[in-house]
Design a protein around this ligand. Structure first.
Ligand code: TMP
Ligand code: ASP
Length: 259
């Protein structure tokens, strides 16, 4: 088979040209980075699990009317997505104080916030993704005011939906990151949800024990990183109790066969 054209390689994913115009293939790697790639490692089987978890969440969001780039999962590590023009802003939604919010403002990790906070970060690795305000977005034309209104509305809907979805499986959604992209219909652009939603870009704590079930286990060297991702997939009903080794074995089997 002819080699596919690689469009972009990020820290955790690769984008390849898709089978039809306007589509891409999103490949999920096991690579993990933190602190703007100062810390690097691999989380064995993460790509397989994030592909499944993100498929599950994007499909569920589509059923409640949130438009997303997801078309369908192709195999263990790849999904077909719509090509979008990524808006260079990371949208962080916070329900509970943690991470950089706790550090910056001295609010104890785990403090329930009296209201949900939406923050914006400029997507630029060289600058370390600095936090920005609406004013910067408008001033530098990264997105229009209408687009930002749509993004904030969708972010709140996604948050409400995910809080309920995770609560039902005994998980507290502390915070998470979203990315959006534009699709064009002639001269008219529409904003849709892009990238992925997985334990890489969410903080997920066990509702009873507060155990961290997300990438903070990697960031903070807490151990049991793979197990945490598997636990999230299992609770979402994506892995049967004894399935995790089977899933990961199948994946290494595929690799051996050079598929
Ligand atoms: P923070 O507390 O480090 O700002 O992170 C907030 C949320 O955003 C957390 O769930 C992790 C996610 N996130 C990313 O997905 N990518 C990033 O580069 C950063 C800094 C955070
Ligand atoms: N993914 C980001 C990085 O490597 C940061 C993070 O998720 O903590 O830089």
């Amino acid at each position: 088979m002819a080699r596919r054209r690689q469009i972009y390689e990020g820290k955790a994913k690769i984008l390849y040209e898709g089978p039809e115009p306007g589509t891409l293939i999103q490949y999920f790697k096991d690579d993990a980075t933190a602190f703007n790639a100062q810390k690097r490692g691999t989380i064995s089987g993460k790509g397989v699990l994030n592909n499944r978890i993100s498929e599950h969440i994007f499909t569920a969001l589509q059923t409640i009317g949130v438009p997303t780039h997801f078309i369908r999962r192709l195999n263990m590590r790849e999904q077909l997505i719509r090509q979008v023009e990524i808006i260079p802003i990371e949208i962080v939604i916070r329900n509970v104080a943690a991470g950089s919010l706790s550090k910056r403002l001295g609010i104890e990790e785990g403090t329930q916030l009296p209201r949900t906070i939406i923050e914006y970060y400029y997507k630029d690795d060289a600058l370390g993704d600095p936090m920005i305000a609406d004013e910067h977005i408008a001033c530098f034309g990264w997105a229009s005011q209408d687009e930002m209104n749509d993004i904030a509305d969708m972010a709140i809907r996604v948050n409400d939906f995910l809080c309920g979805m995770f609560a039902a499986i005994g998980i507290r959604l502390i915070d998470f990151k979203l990315e959006f992209g534009r699709v064009w219909d002639g001269d008219y652009a529409r904003v849709i949800l892009a990238d992925e939603i997985s334990p890489d870009g969410c903080r997920l704590w066990d509702l009873k024990t507060n155990k961290k079930l997300d990438k903070d286990r990697f960031r903070q060297d807490l151990g049991e990183v793979e197990e945490a991702y598997q636990e999230v997939a299992r609770r979402l009903g994506l892995l049967q109790p004894d399935d995790e080794s089977a899933v990961l074995d199948l994946d290494s089997h595929r690799k051996k066969r050079g598929k």
